[in-house]
Design a protein around this ligand. Structure first.
Ligand code: PDD
Length: 290
């Protein structure tokens, strides 16, 4: 992606280097906004309706009216996709509350939101991650209590992610009151005695679009699954751990806090889910119905 790449800003498509927002934008001053990351495979926006519904929920969660309905969002994003040189992309969409020219914590009336979208080349997850697995660490969940809102205010996520990286791990699994909720930028799945388990939706985790797809694929395949809170202690005893996100898709965690999960290799249920996911994605790319 270079400075000539077209981005969308408040009704216009323009080269990224020409896109400007006010320094008084509340997104810049307060982190007052929400976002989505939407994969785009072979030019097709993946699970767009799900992402747009979550965007509506995030906007409602911060007391903002959506500036567009789903048809308008679709046409903006499809136009953005069409303007890019490659067909495999990851769309970043951000809506902030905008600017009144004043810095006041309280929400001003009659303010116009700032709508920004850009396309980044989608980097397929490295196949070695699925082959070898990754390491994660558990860390204290230092975030706020509205993690179901996909807020742009990500400083706590940035700090825990860096702490994980400093410890040689790819992701931090966040623990609040002894319970594992999700990763710094991913949802959490576990396998115990052949049952796929994921923490239930709550204010302590983002309702991931990939999470819902993995559950849907498991249910279609009649794989046993449940939504259940899991303690940090139980996490280490699991047969398998997986992380899911739009950019990572599904990856196996084979070491947690430097100790192996199961036999320290990606497990059989992971391989089954990875194959189901790849098949689903291939059908979407090919335009065949599932
Ligand atoms: N993050 N939980 C958190 C805290 C996340 O930031 C993400 C995704 C997820 C997974 O959600 P989804 O399956 O809808 O991508 C869970 C995105 C990719 C990001 O911030 O870049």
């Amino acid at each position: 992606m270079n400075e000539q790449t077209k981005v969308y800003l408040n009704g216009e498509f323009l080269p990224r280097r020409e896109a400007r927002i006010s320094v008084m934008d509340r997104g810049f001053l307060f982190g007052d906004g929400v976002y989505e990351v939407i994969p785009c495979y072979s030019g097709k926006l993946f699970r767009l309706e799900h992402h747009l519904s979550r965007l509506d929920d995030s906007l409602a969660g911060i007391r903002m009216a959506s500036p567009h309905d789903h048809a308008e969002w679709r046409s903006i994003l499809e136009e953005l996709v069409a303007q890019q040189p490659c067909s495999e992309q990851s769309i970043y969409l951000q809506v902030t509350r905008g600017s009144t020219g004043e810095r006041d914590h309280a929400i001003p009336r009659g303010i116009q939101p700032t709508v920004f979208a850009m396309a980044m080349p989608f980097e397929e997850p490295d196949p070695q991650l699925a082959e070898e697995g990754v390491s994660a660490v558990t860390l204290d969940d230092i975030r706020w209590r509205l993690c179901n809102i996909k807020a742009i205010t990500l400083l706590a996520n940035v700090l825990v992610k860096q702490e994980a990286r400093d410890q040689g791990a790819i992701e931090a699994i966040l623990i609040r009151d002894g319970i594992a909720h999700e990763g710094a930028a991913s949802n959490l799945f576990m396998v115990e005695n052949g049952v796929i388990t994921t923490p239930p939706k709550s204010r302590f985790l983002l309702p991931g679009i990939t999470r819902d797809l993995v559950l849907e694929l498991a249910q279609r395949e009649k794989l046993p699954c449940r939504e259940e809170a899991v303690s940090e202690q139980r996490l280490q005893q699991m047969d398998e751990l997986w992380l899911t996100s739009s950019t990572k898709e599904v990856i196996p965690v084979t070491h947690l806090n430097d100790r192996p999960i199961g036999n320290g290799r990606p497990g059989p249920m992971f391989r089954q889910m990875a194959a189901l996911y790849a098949d689903y994605k291939a059908r979407i790319k090919a335009g065949t119905r599932y």
